[in-house]
Design a protein around this ligand. Structure first.
Ligand code: ARG
Length: 463
């Protein structure tokens, strides 16, 4: 018999019961549901709406149920539709009328919004922990590979040499921003809908500030309609997750390319690769590909809820039940992807010789040769043209800029002197980029300190 059986003459049929149930998904929120109910019962007793005796029976009963669910001993029944009804029914079966009083002055509409907000806050925190761990690995690598140089590229074409540390720190900054987005998502969830009841508030003398406080929320949501209808906080969380997945996916894409036989910049460890069932020689970057692939799903989760919400009038609509699957999926996927990436990074082998050798292809010195002339008075546009012509000569001869002798250079511009050798040295080119945020070791050390300071501050948020 459904909890609303008073109004109905017939039961829902078995198919629609299962179709309408959110239990298979929201049973994962049992802890949040029990915490919310305990806070609600405590408040009801404080406000004299139920007796202290009822409240303590409710709390003890709920703790028993929590223990049973944790131990895998609780039997869920799909006829209960969702976690709220499952727990309430089990409670009432155990403690009788005290259990039946728990639902005074609340509705499943504020209950589900409360559970989901508690879950969103907890998930954002878990993701923040995993984010910080990943950034720690990136910082360690940036410190370890502080002298390794690889070709920096634009349009996937060799552009200028950069330090590997510099490249890795670019990702550390992305994940630093992701942390900030996760904090914002956690803060967005940090308001309590409980007590908004079905939509318009309640006639009982409740204290919504007390329940908000007991549950660790910053404040009760001031508008009861908004309290039960808002899912922005889930969108914020999934947006933060999507952006961070996108960053992971970009890094994966680099690793997939870098681990090809054409590049050979890195070798992924065996534990982060798989073989082929037919080709014995294969070692595939499956996990990098998987993270890249899962990113699509996480972005899809965000899009799904945006679409679900866009046509909903106030207040609660059953459509909103579709909010949890995607959110749970998105946060779990990102947490696992962070973990996978941290492991992959710490175990990968960096082939610095291959990176350095690649710097001898693609005329990486061209900008610096043009700068050399510009610093000697040639307008930069003109210098660009002169060096472009030198590159063309190299292409025709099949050589590099530093294979040209001084006479070749002077033929294009007589301002070239012997000291051009400095502008042609890959190490010299890197070390010359001392501007703030640039790739010279000195500048990279400065940003490494900044990345570490941010990491330390963010770890502080988690304590
Ligand atoms: N299972 C529902 C959900 O997840 C709980 C709220 C149901 N409220 C209602 N009036 N049907 O959204």
């Amino acid at each position: 018999m459904a909890l609303w059986s008073g109004r109905f003459e017939e039961r829902t049929d078995a198919f629609t019961t299962a179709f309408g149930a959110s239990l298979p998904v929201d049973k994962q929120l049992f802890e949040e549901d029990i915490d919310g109910s305990i806070a609600h019962a405590t408040m009801l007793a404080t406000c004299g709406i139920i007796t202290e005796e009822d409240a303590s029976q409710i709390k003890a009963g709920l703790e028993d149920i929590r223990g049973e669910i944790k131990a895998g001993k609780f039997t869920f029944d799909i006829n209960d539709e969702d976690i709220h009804l499952s727990i309430e029914r089990a409670l009432t079966e155990r403690i009788g009328s005290a259990g039946a009083r728990l639902h005074t002055a609340r509705s499943r509409n504020d209950q589900v919004a409360t559970d989901t907000r508690l879950f969103a806050k907890k998930s954002a925190m878990n993701l923040m922990y995993a984010n910080v761990k990943l950034r720690q690995v990136l910082v360690d690598l940036a410190e370890r590979y502080s002298t390794v140089i690889l070709p920096g590229v634009t349009h996937m074409q060799h552009a200028q040499p950069v330090l590997l540390s510099h490249h890795l720190l670019a990702y550390a900054w992305m994940f630093t921003r992701d942390f900030t987005r996760l904090v914002a998502a956690r803060d967005a969830a940090d308001a309590c809908p409980l007590g908004a009841a079905a939509l318009g508030g309640t006639t009982y003398g409740t204290d919504r500030f007390q329940t908000a406080d007991l549950l660790g929320f910053d404040h009760p949501i001031p508008n009861s309609l908004d309290a039960v209808s808002d899912r922005d906080f889930l969108l914020d969380l999934m947006y933060a997750a999507s952006v961070s997945c996108m960053h992971l996916s970009r890094l994966c894409e680099e690793f997939i390319i870098w681990s090809t036989s054409e590049f050979g910049y890195i070798t992924l460890s065996d534990s982060y690769s798989t073989g082929s069932s037919i080709m014995p020689q294969k070692k595939n970057p499956d996990f990098a590909e998987l993270i890249r692939g899962k990113t699509g799903r996480v972005v899809g989760d965000l899009m799904g809820l945006l679409m679900t919400m866009k046509g909903l009038p106030l207040a609660y609509n059953k459509d909103m039940q579709e909010d949890k699957n995607g959110t749970i999926d998105a946060v779990l996927t990102l947490e696992q992807s962070y973990r996978c990436m941290a492991g992959m990074l710490s175990e990968m082998q960096v082939n610095s010789d291959a990176m350095r050798a690649a710097c001898d292809k693609g005329h990486l010195a061209a900008t610096d040769v043009a700068d050399y002339l510009a610093k000697r008075g040639v307008p930069f546009r003109k210098a660009h043209e002169i060096v472009g012509h030198l590159v063309l000569t190299c292409e025709k001869r099949g050589c590099m800029l530093d294979d040209l002798d001084l006479a070749d250079l002077k033929q294009e511009c007589d301002l070239f002197e012997d000291d051009i050798a400095d502008a042609l040295s890959i190490e010299g080119i890197v070390e010359a980029r001392t501007s703030y945020g640039g790739t010279a070791s000195e500048a990279v050390r400065v940003q490494l300190d900044e990345v570490k300071a941010r990491l330390k501050a963010d770890e502080g948020v988690l304590i």
